[in-house]
Write a new protein. Sequence first.
Length: 230
Amino acid sequence: MTDGIRVLVVDDEPQIRRFLRVSLSAEGMQMSEAGSLAQARLVLDRQPQDLLILDLGLPDGDGLTLINEVRRDGSDLPIIVLSVRDDEAVKVSALDAGANDYLCKPFGVGELLARIRAALRHRILAAGSRPVVEVGDLRINLNLRQVWVGDAEIKLSRKEYAILELLARHNGQVLTQPQILRAVWGRGHDDDTQYLRVYIGQLRQKLGDDAASPRYLLTEPGVGYRLKRR
């Protein structure tokens, strides 16, 4: 479940970030890091993440601010707070703001990995998606991040998979171009519609889908795209 998962660790302690980089990389995860709220925002804008591990005490503000910003944007990004603050009121505030879990420092890496797996499972269930989404002979395994057409596994780029995964999690629902651009490329890319069309074209080509008579990816002219229901 964790192989290829993108994790952003926001913590102002370099030793914690180094420890987590080793631990998460050993599980096949791809870790980005930030030591402040400002750096975290830059990472989130540049590259969508699958999980956020967040300290509350940061040099330029409280981590609760970032939780509120993420949830205000409508994101279901799993957030695990990793903090020295063990006061019940602080924990309640973080969870009420939208954090999925709260783990106090010092922590065991085994427990953290278990919390990560639970948060990722919860995201799939909360999105109402089955672990495997099937449309005709197209199969998308959301847990393993694998795509098959018939008996052939299709190798997609990170962005191509991110688009397909997003459509699969909202199977049958029309997603507007700005919605897709924000989710895959981050805030500030709402107008890059030509860029999105290029990636949709590449995705269709790899899936063997014909835009004129699509089996999988449907275009809603002037609006966006949706994955055809089974």
